[in-house]
Design a protein around this ligand. Structure first.
Ligand code: HEC
Length: 241
């Protein structure tokens, strides 16, 4: 008799615990704003019965810039970092599965896919940047750029405060392109020579200040170094950038 009661209690308990198949996810505004998550999350829940609620504290999983690359939005790769657990594991597995990838790419608010499940290209590019000679890049940056730009903490006091710091410029989505072409971007052409690439200063337009000269290899090294520095926290007070 008691054994049967126990069994009944167990049967009743099962649907309850099934309802608790859920976890909390944190996602930045930009993903929420595009309605991408309204497209993605219910489809995962339908398939697996796991409910995801969006939240900010004590979350089990986060879409951000660290963890496993899961989808791309333009040049930005989004990563999932998560605590271990059957539901968060299932979510990651689903995002990386064929069904998950198709779901990611099926989000077409204006008839065009906004997100791509192909994260390999962007990831490889980022790695390529970081394999350059960042140590040389730091040295060249400090000697050649550091009299105007704050390169890092070591020259903070010697640079010109109104000139953007490297950490600030590292936040630009196209930072890499800008660093690779800086010698063509004002104010640099007036005082910069790139060995075997730029024309010598015109005789009637000598450099107004002590000129700088870099090689293409040094520009690549600078770019690698900039790739390795932490972008400025734009939420922090301006003077700390
Ligand atoms: C004589 C001062 C000076 C030196 C030396 C200098 N810069 Fe700059 N740089 C500036 C100023 C000023 C700006 C901001 C221009 C603006 O806001 O329009 C700038 C902007 C930049 C930008 C952003 C350009 C853009 O339009 O997006 C990059 C990238 C850059 N510098 C890289 C470098 C690198 C790399 C070096 C060293 C090899 C260097 N700079 C040396 C003064 C300097």
């Amino acid at each position: 008799m008691f054994r049967n009661l126990g069994l009944i209690a167990f049967l009743f308990a099962t649907p309850l615990s099934a309802q608790q198949k859920a976890f909390t996810l944190q996602a930045p505004e930009i993903l929420v704003e595009t309605d991408f998550l309204k497209h993605l999350l219910p489809r995962f829940s339908l398939k697996t019965g796991v409910r995801i609620t969006l939240g900010d504290d004590t979350v089990d999983a986060v879409f951000g810039s660290t963890g496993t690359p899961v989808f791309a939005h333009g040049d930005t790769v989004w990563y999932l970092s998560k605590t271990d657990g059957p539901y968060t594991d299932a979510f990651q597995k689903w995002l990386l599965s064929d069904v998950g990838k198709r779901t990611i790419e099926a989000f077409e608010p204006d008839g065009e896919a906004l997100f791509s499940a192909d994260v390999t290209k962007a990831v490889v590019e980022e790695k390529f940047v970081l394999t350059g000679d960042a140590t040389l890049g730091e040295k060249v940056s400090l000697t050649q750029c550091g009299r105007c730009h704050v390169v890092n903490d070591s020259n903070r006091m010697n640079a010109i405060g109104s000139t953007p710091s490297f950490a600030l410029m590292r936040t630009f989505p196209d930072w890499r392109e800008r660093f690779e072409t800086f010698f063509m971007l004002r104010p640099h052409p007036a005082f910069t020579q790139v060995t075997n690439i730029t024309e010598p200063f015109a005789a009637h337009l000598p450099s107004p200040i002590a000129p700088i000269e870099v090689t293409w290899g040094e520009i690549e090294a600078i770019t690698a170094y900039v790739g390795s520095i932490t972008p400025a926290d734009l939420g922090a007070p301006l003077q700390s950038q």
